[in-house]
Write a protein of this length. Sequence first.
Length: 203
Amino acid sequence: MIRANNHQDVVDFAAASDVPVVNGLTDFSHPCQILADIMTIEERLGAVEGKTIAWIGDGNNVCASFVHAAEKLKFRLKIATPASYAPKTQELAAARAAGADVTASHDARTAASGADVIVTDTWVSMGDADKDARMAAFPPFAVNDDVMAAANRDAIFLHCLPAHRGEEVTEAVIDGPRSAVWDEAENRIHAQKAVLLWCLGKI
Ligand code: NVA
């Protein structure tokens, strides 16, 4: 397993390796996190297929993995980001061409409307150098009670952690009854055990 800033480093390493190489997070994607997130959604709400997931905040690596998962697992994905931090258009186009139901906008409440799951992430990820610009752009995308109120009544809140209370999520939401972040964090280990079993040909 490699955690790298540069996704191409992992691709190059895998191309030269005789054994499985797991992406443990890159600047491009974070598939291991999404496995735990999907597991948490299914524990709380049942099958993810047909559910609506709203990604609010940065169109970053974790967001990209939700786009990839939407294609494979048939959930609806509604993304809301500032215009300057939108997910890559080629990623969205490729997912849509493969049948994924993915929309991208710049309004948090529009994305949250009708969602079963609200997900966000830190506004400044590992390797991001433009902290001041980010802190100026992201406040309208904070997940607060208003955003949660636009979602379905039973909607849950997810965050891959570490979180910054008072920035991308309010204390009331992340520590409130709809937050599933601690189950989500626990599920990282269970989902990663499954990845290892899959690499070993056991499942
Ligand atoms: N987007 C975050 C995820 C941390 C688990 C980062 O790349 O830093």
